[in-house]
Design a protein. Structure first.
Length: 120
């Protein structure tokens, strides 16, 4: 349970960094807005993304995995559509934002969660 909360906060931090770096992505509502967007994006990634990835396996294979960036961008756009606090101006902002969120959250999860679990 504690690891889940840490990963949720890491996702909120990754979203905040993406908002700071990518023009075209905005979160309203301060820290609570980032936490809400992280919850919505986490649910979208947990419930909908596996189905989309399953049906897009052929095109992902043909593009050597690059289509997964498009899937991540679409999941970010879906999270924006489901929440009132996240707004994304265009598709390319969603793609770049999803790339930033993926890189930052992967790095922070590796540093804060995965390495700590290895020590046990």
């Amino acid at each position: 349970m504690r690891t889940l909360l840490i990963r949720w906060l890491i996702l909120a931090v990754a979203i905040a960094i993406a908002v700071a770096l990518v023009s075209g992505i905005n979160v309203h509502g301060g820290i609570g807005g980032y936490i809400l967007v992280a919850a919505v994006l986490g649910l979208v990634n947990a419930l909908i993304r596996p189905i989309v990835r399953l049906f897009s396996k052929p095109i992902t294979f043909m593009t050597l995995g690059l289509f997964s960036l498009v899937i991540n961008g679409l999941m970010l756009l879906l999270a924006a559509a489901l929440s009132d606090v996240l707004s994304i101006d265009n598709f390319w902002a969603a793609i770049v934002g999803a790339l930033v969120i993926s890189l930052v959250s992967t790095f922070l999860n590796w540093v804060l969660v995965d390495r700590r679990l290895e020590r046990r």
